[in-house]
Every structure is written in structure tokens, then in C-alpha cells.
Design a protein around this ligand. Structure first.
Ligand code: ADP
Ligand code: MG
Length: 339
């Protein structure tokens, strides 16, 4: 008999984990933006080149990292955000898995520059294929800049699998919008190939939505609000006459995190019943606040799906609150004698 099991070397394990966390440039954008938010930044700048294929850089003015933390941040399961499994149910942060930086560093050329307020000099670290190439003291503003270059440089199959720049850029912008909509008080800028694509000043939910989707959006928003023991609902639905053929403008945020939920989407659609033309989809920008104890975020690596403890009640509350708001705005069903 002979033993055949061995532990995978770190860089191999990281590369495998990266396959789950990083599907495309937009995944890197999401992780880096979320880290900047967790670092309490008030201004976050996203710079991409060639739709993120050659460069994705996020610069924040958050709390920065110490020398030791800067190095540790690239280890797998290294996180400052939770200490025990129970903490998963009191999450105040976007991150908690401690996998993003390790994953990104396994499949891109990564450069980190970071400094904390009370440190005179910052730290600069360069990593390729999970290996630290250099670490030096450097002059850098308070906060953190992380750049990921040449994504999937060491996994040709993944690199070739990437879509056209137009498609990959669309995914990046979608991700940028979601994060920016969840955090309207933070200022966000985005640059693509050297030119400014977005400049979103610190503001409120409504203004942020308008800044992203254009001035005409303002007049089509119907506010919704509801407060129960289970959930606090705020946000907007689009007036029925603005409903679209495409599902572009449909957003749920739970505790400031963008999520996808076909179940809750159904609740919204059912509130619009009789108000929409056939095949039209309502726009919505809905913010739900729930007790973190009543949700489970850890069911998918990208955290865009979550489990609610009481999904049925949530469905009913959401539906009735939207119906109520539409009613208040005197939006009557479309007359359709063929129904
Ligand atoms: P997670 O966000 O799940 O903790 P990451 O791999 O994304 O895992 O980051 C690891 C750790 O590195 C974080 O917990 C945080 O302490 C630190 N970190 C990452 N990005 C930043 C940043 N922009 N500013 C300050 N600290 C950061
Ligand atoms: Mg993170």
C-alpha cells in the first residue's frame, strides 16, 4: 500500500479558489471596491484599462494597513473582519471570507500601496502568482491603492474565455453602479483608458440614482417606505409608464449589499399587476434593512444571493408597501378590455 494524498501548495490552492471568486475583471472590481468601503473610505477611485484586462486599480482614502497587515492581507483566510463563525450573523462589513486578495494575487500582477494615518511611511508590496516579488517602504497618501494587472496572465484558458472589451466593461460598470448605489454618501470616480466615465459626488440615494441613470430618472421615481419588526424598506419604484422591455434597472439591496432574488422580484412584479403592458419590466431601486441575525450571506462566494429567515413575510410586506405607494401616487391600472 502507498499513500497518495498530499496537501496542495498554497499557490495552487489560491488559484483554485480564485476560480470561484474571480470570474472576470468585474469580479475584481467588486472585491476591491468592497474592501475600500470596509476600510471606511469617503472617496474611492476606480481606474481600468482595456475593460480591466490590463489594469484594474482602486484607490481609497480609508484606514490603510500596517506593514504586517499589508503582508498578511494576501494570505488565504486572512481577514480583519470576523474572528468566529458566530460573527457571520452580525456582519457590518462587505467582506469576511479573507479570500479576495489571495485569489486576485494568484491570477494577476498585484501592487499594493498603503499607509495608516499615524505612520510616516507607507508600504509597497508587489506580488505575482501568489509570490511576493518585493516589499519596500514608500511615500503614499493615507489609504490604500491596489492594482491588479494582466488578469489571468497565468491561466490562458480563462484569459481567452473573456468576452469583448465592450462586454467586460459593461460588467464592470454594472458592478460599479451597484456598489455606488449601495453607498451614496461615498464619493466615487471611475476612469477607463484615461478618461473619466463617472464622477459621483457624495449624496443621498435618490440623487445617486439620478446621477447614474440620468436626469430624466428623477421624475419617474415613486418613493416607497415601510417599517415593520422584520424589515425596514426604502427606495423607489419606477412609474409604470416608464417600464422597460429589458430588466436593466432592477436593484435590491439588503443591508447595503446588492443582491439578486427572483422571489422578491416576483413580489415587485405582483405589486405592479394590471399596471404594466405585456412583457414590460418595472424599474426598482429597493433598499431593505434587516437584522443580520435573520439572513445568511455565506451561501455563495460572490455573496449576491442570500437566505432570509422569513422570506414569505418579506414578500408580503414588500408587495403591499409597493402597492400602497403606487396607489398614493394615483396610479390606476391600465385599461385593457381584453383582460
Ligand atoms: P476580506 O475582505 O474578506 O476580509 P480580503 O482578501 O478582501 O478579505 O482582504 C483581506 C484583508 O485585507 C481585509 O480583512 C482587510 O483587513 C485588509 N484590506 C484589504 N483591502 C483593504 C483596503 N482597501 N484598506 C484597508 N485594508 C484592506
Ligand atoms: Mg474583501
Amino acid at each position: 500500500m502507498s499513500d497518495i494524498i498530499q496537501l496542495l501548495p498554497d499557490h495552487v490552492a489560491n488559484q483554485i479558489a480564485a476560480g470561484e471568486v474571480v470570474q472576470r475583471p468585474a469580479s475584481v472590481v467588486k472585491e476591491l471596491l468592497e474592501n475600500a468601503i470596509d476600510a471606511k473610505a469617503s472617496h474611492i477611485k476606480l481606474i481600468v484599462k482595456e475593460a480591466g484586462k490590463t489594469l484594474i486599480q482602486v484607490i481609497d482614502n480609508g484606514i490603510g494597513m500596517s506593514v504586517t497587515d499589508a503582508r498578511l492581507s494576501f494570505e488565504r483566510h486572512a481577514t480583519s473582519k470576523i474572528k468566529a463563525a458566530e460573527d457571520l450573523f452580525q456582519l457590518q462589513t462587505k467582506g469576511f471570507r479573507g479570500e479576495a486578495l489571495a485569489s486576485i494575487a494568484a491570477i494577476a500582477h498585484v501592487e499594493l500601496k498603503t499607509r495608516q494615518e499615524n505612520d510616516e511611511v507607507g508600504t509597497e508590496i508587489k506580488i505575482e502568482g501568489s509570490e511576493v516579488i518585493s516589499q519596500e517602504a514608500c511615500a503614499t497618501p493615507v489609504g490604500t491603492s491596489i492594482s491588479a494587472k494582466n488578469l489571468f496572465y497565468n491561466i490562458p484558458a480563462r484569459r481567452n474565455f473573456l468576452k469583448s472589451n465592450a462586454v467586460e466593461l459593461r460588467h464592470i460598470i454594472d458592478e460599479f453602479h451597484r456598489v455606488a448605489m449601495a453607498h451614496p454618501s461615498i464619493r466615487f470616480d471611475m476612469y477607463h483608458n484615461g478618461s473619466e466615465t463617472f464622477n459621483l459626488p457624495s449624496s443621498n440615494h435618490r440623487q445617486r440614482i439620478v446621477n447614474i441613470f440620468g436626469g430624466k430618472t428623477n421624475e419617474k421615481l415613486v418613493p416607497i417606505t415601510e417599517e415593520t419588526d422584520l424589515v425596514q424598506i426604502s427606495g423607489y419604484v419606477g412609474k409604470p409608464e416608464y417600464a422597460k422591455r429589458t430588466r436593466g434597472e432592477q436593484f435590491f439591496f439588503v443591508n447595503n449589499r446588492f443582491i439578486k432574488s427572483s422571489y422578491l422580484n416576483h413580489a415587485v412584479n405582483s405589486a405592479f399587476e394590471g399596471l404594466l403592458k405585456e412583457k414590460a419590466h418595472p424599474s426598482y431601486f429597493i433598499y431593505l434593512e434587516v437584522d443580520p441575525q435573520t439572513i445568511d450571506i455565506n451561501i455563495h462566494p460572490t455573496k449576491t444571493e442570500i437566505k432570509f429567515e422569513d422570506e414569505h413575510a418579506l414578500y408580503a410586506i414588500l408587495r403591499s408597501s409597493i402597492k400602497h405607494s403606487l396607489g398614493q401616487f394615483n396610479i390606476a391600472p391600465v385599461l385593457d378590455f381584453n383582460r
